[in-house]
Design a protein around this ligand. Structure first.
Ligand code: FES
Length: 258
């Protein structure tokens, strides 16, 4: 018995296959039959991989962990859009009901000089970790939870900081940007911490170190294309990039860390 509104569709996958970082990749065409529209995109990939394994072929490598839009591990460019056609969600939250019978679906990895391909759809996003290591933390003594609760913070400020903190570091912003810029990612981290009293003592040092690391990792700069904002699964606003620029100018003009 089929579940309510469940349909099955036949699709053709054109998926990026690349055996290793130094090997030339190619798009492989894989016909896929009988996919339930209730499946998530990654469940469809699981079915494809099971079938490839049964035929003695090498399964498609792709990243995933929580499959709930929390960890930021998953990600691929689906039909030209990072995380696929649905706004405000990760690839693992995308469902096959978004596609029609007979569709061709092109699946590619994040493309950026700073994200070298490891295999198939898996890229090395370690550059984002390096940026966090450069300053995406608070190392001063902020006391315990009761101390934090005792500091009054305007609701609007707290909400803006929490909106920025929603960034899961998936890298879709980089994949979508024509300059492969990581500015939306960096701005979310800088904004989140610079807005809160606990993050202010290290704000100048943080923004300079994180932007410097962003540059050395090979990311480009923001050209106001807004592609990052359009694909961000957490819908982080580019207004955080404006705050990042203000924080950077303040740090350059007035701080000892320049
Ligand atoms: S697998 Fe965790 S966000 Fe998609």
């Amino acid at each position: 018995m089929t579940a309510l509104n469940e349909k099955t569709i036949n699709i053709t996958l054109k998926v990026w296959r690349q055996e290793g970082p130094k090997v030339k990749g190619r798009l492989e065409t894989i016909p896929v039959a009988g996919i339930s529209t209730h499946m998530s995109f990654l469940e469809m990939m699981d079915v494809v991989n099971e079938d490839l394994s049964k035929k003695g072929k090498v399964p498609i490598e792709f990243d995933h962990d929580c499959r709930e839009g929390i960890c930021g591990c998953c990600g691929a460019v689906v039909n030209g859009t990072a995380h696929g056609p649905e706004k405000g969600m990760t690839l693992c939250q995308l469902h096959m009901r978004k596609f029609k019978d007979g569709d061709m679906i092109v699946v590619e990895p994040w493309r950026s000089r700073a994200f070298p391909i490891i295999k198939d759809l898996i890229v090395d996003r370690g550059a984002l970790d390096k940026i966090i290591q450069a300053g995406g933390y608070v190392s001063v003594n902020t006391g315990g939870a009761p101390d934090g609760n005792a500091i009054p913070i305007a609701q609007e400020t707290a909400e803006t900081a929490m909106d920025a903190a929603a960034c899961i570091g998936c890298g879709a912003c980089v994949a979508a940007c024509p300059n492969a810029s990581a500015m939306l990612f960096v701005s979310a981290k800088v904004s989140h911490l610079a807005l809160l009293p606990q993050g202010k003592p290290e704000a100048a040092k943080r923004v300079i170190a994180m932007l410097k690391t962003m540059d050395t990792c090979g990311f480009g700069n923001c050209g106001n294309h807004r592609e990052c904002e359009a694909v961000c699964p957490k819908q982080i606003s580019i207004s955080h990039i404006a705050r990042l620029n203000r924080e950077y100018m303040k740090a350059e003009l007035f701080s000892e860390f320049k």
